[in-house]
Design a protein around this ligand. Structure first.
Ligand SMILES: [Fe+2]
Ligand SMILES: [Fe+2]
Length: 254
């Protein structure tokens, strides 16, 4: 029997439910995505929320918690560049990070190992993994070399062919990709941050990004530009043999 992960990202909520980012009320898309999952998708085993949960306002985590409601015990969160690490950790005690200065998670799911990384570099738009987290991640991958693994992070470690978004992805992505390449059990990496769907690879592993639950960025542009696609989320179905299937679901906001 497969196990289902639902990934949502970049909700960019404000403390004011009518708060707007780039002229878009971010709660509208977030509600549409969450309502769609509740109504049309149904059961899942784990929800990963991959950063930029709020847009700079620590109080806004309460807005998201209100929407997630009974799902909270099955939700794991990691920060993006617009998150407030301390407020986030306090708002989502379920994530219970094993590292002191980072909001990360290591969640077993059947035979799978599901890892969430904290790539928030305070005061900067691009992301980084700090030294204690590198050591934690490298240790986990050595220790659990026989468990199929999925890694979630906010900043993509690979190019999405965007002249303005590629330079603000994960710094030191080379080190990350080398680690994945020498870890055959890592089956997929999935990120947010770029507010658009993308699919590529890191050696043997698939590398994805997902649409934002709020405002979209245009695909394949060299300068900042808003996208016209509806918000979306990603479903990942994990199989016992280490294989998986995945798809992005788009949800009209109105
Ligand atoms: Fe974002
Ligand atoms: Fe971001």
């Amino acid at each position: 029997m497969s196990l289902r992960i639902v990934q949502i990202s970049d909700t960019h909520l404000f403390a004011d439910p009518d708060g707007e980012l780039l002229g878009v009320r971010t709660r509208t898309g977030t509600e549409a995505v969450i309502n769609h999952i509740r109504r049309d998708l149904g059961a899942f085993d784990l929800m990963v929320i991959s950063g930029d949960l709020v847009h700079e306002e620590g109080e806004a985590y309460e807005q998201l918690k209100g929407l997630l409601d009974d799902w909270l015990p099955r939700c794991r969160v990691i920060p993006g560049n617009h998150d407030k690490r301390k407020s986030m950790a306090a708002a989502f005690p379920e994530s219970d990070s094993p590292l002191e200065d980072a909001v990360v998670f290591n969640q077993p799911l059947g035979d799978w190992q599901i890892i969430g990384l904290d790539t928030l570099k305070v005061g900067h738009v691009p992301g980084e993994i700090d030294q204690p987290q590198w050591e934690w991640l490298e240790g986990l991958l050595v220790e659990n070399h026989d468990r199929p693994t999925a890694i979630f992070m906010h900043h993509p470690p690979v190019s999405i062919s965007s002249g303005w978004l590629d330079p603000i992805g994960l710094l030191d992505s080379e080190r990350f990709c080398q680690l994945v390449e020498k870890s055959p059990q890592v089956k997929l990496v999935s990120a947010g941050h770029v507010h658009q769907e993308n699919c590529s690879s890191i050696g043997h592993a698939a590398a994805y990004t997902i649409p934002a639950a709020s405002v979209q960025f245009a695909v394949g542009t060299d300068e900042f530009s808003i996208g016209t696609e509806p918000p979306g989320y990603r479903i990942i179905d994990l199989e016992e043999d280490g294989s998986f299937t995945t798809q992005v679901v788009r949800v009209p906001a109105s």
